[in-house]
Design a protein around this ligand. Structure first.
Ligand SMILES: Nc1ncnc2c1ncn2[C@@H]1O[C@H](COP(=O)(O)OP(=O)(O)OP(=O)(O)O)[C@@H](O)[C@H]1O
Ligand SMILES: [Mg+2]
Length: 334
């Protein structure tokens, strides 16, 4: 967990946490704790990465500042750090296997924690299948490419199929019931409901040691509810808030955030180009973007790295979807 790894520059790593619950923070009485919980901040980790602007809607500015500062001290010992120390924190970033070596390589070793990875592509390109796959692999031990943790699946299109999880779990000789019990599932009915679910997720994340947060699909509700130019600003504002919350949770819990997105025809393009929905906000917040498309071979898909903060962009790999989940394409089929 970030909690222990970020503390690595303190002399005594075995030191017990100073605060065990948000009530332990000076200045947080029962009433304030109740307010914070209602806002979705029920753990020290989420308070440490909370936005002051958001807290000051409900708390006085001074109180909000004091609370966040205290919570930050708890998980991060120094606000300024040298680049070599930052490098050490970067080393707490872990990678989650997708089940395909080639796809892992494209992502620089797998799906990163403390970051948002977005896959976009047309229907049937494999977006939801990768989500299911990751829900299983996240539960694998670290030496098998997992994160030894649970998953949270926020589903907006009724795509989640437990039967699929059972099939994929068998590939790894995992007990399917146990695997299912470590996936926290929620169906988001509207854009606001989707935001509400994430805003109130942090207690669940902690309880189930969630290391993977999935939103499948991220933008669909926002697109269907905020139609037309006059609603665009409001939609983007909400989406931005939602993404920042996602990013903060991913950092606080050292979790991989994995979101799916649809495509639309580029409105001003002469060619039949397509681009992901969600506009600039998503483009700026999404750390790694992967474009998926179907190949002429049934079951085989193509993944292209479109944006990455650390890897060369434009590379493409093939993977396939079988009953076992996401796999490499056998050499002879390529
Ligand atoms: N058990 C299975 N065995 C083999 N292939 C499967 C299995 N289940 C699903 N697939 C394949 O996965 C593909 C569907 O992928 P997926 O549902 O991930 O698409 P998507 O990109 O999420 O689409 P949408 O935009 O409609 O949500 C189909 O090609 C389907 O044949
Ligand atoms: Mg889908």
């Amino acid at each position: 967990m970030v909690n222990s790894t970020l503390k690595s520059n303190q002399s005594n790593e075995e030191e017990p946490p100073k605060y065990r619950s948000i009530e332990d923070i000076p200045g947080v009485g029962p009433a304030t704790a109740e307010k914070l919980r209602k806002m979705g901040y029920s753990t020290i980790e989420s308070l440490a990465t909370a936005s002051l602007k958001e807290l000051t809607q409900f708390l006085g500015e001074k109180t909000a500042y004091a609370i966040v500062t205290e919570a930050r001290k708890h998980i991060i010992s120094v606000p300024f750090m040298r680049a070599d120390e930052y490098m050490r924190i970067r080393k707490t970033v872990e990678k989650l296997t997708t089940g395909s070596k080639k796809l892992d390589e494209l992502l620089g070793g797998g799906v990163e924690t403390q970051a948002i990875t977005e896959v976009y592509g047309e229907f049937g390109s494999g977006k939801s299948q990768i989500c299911h796959q990751l829900c299983v692999t996240v539960q694998l031990p670290k030496d098998k490419g997992g994160l030894d943790g649970g998953a949270l699946y926020i589903d907006t299109e009724n795509s989640f199929r437990p039967e699929r999880i059972v099939q994929i779990a068998k590939r790894y000789n995992l007990d399917p019931n146990k695997v299912l019990s470590r996936i926290v599932y929620a169906e988001a009915l509207t854009a606001d409901h989707q935001m509400y679910l994430l805003d109130n997720a942090d207690a669940q994340l902690k309880e189930h040691n969630v290391r993977l947060i999935i939103i499948d699909s991220l933008v669909a509700h926002f697109r269907s509810e905020f139609v037309g130019r006059e609603m665009l600003a409001e939609r983007q504002q909400k989406l931005e808030k939602h993404l920042h919350r996602l990013m903060r949770l991913a950092r606080a819990f050292n979790a991989a955030a994995f979101v799916t997105n649809q495509v639309m025809a580029k409105p001003d393009s002469f060619f039949a180009d397509i681009e992901p929905t969600g506009g600039h906000i998503l483009a700026h917040t999404s750390h790694t973007r992967v474009f998926l498309r179907k190949s002429p071979t049934p079951g085989v898909k193509i993944a292209k790295l479109v944006v990455s903060p650390t890897l060369p962009e434009g590379a493409e790999v093939l993977f396939r979807i079988t009953e076992n989940g996401i796999e490499d394409v056998p050499e002879k089929k390529v």
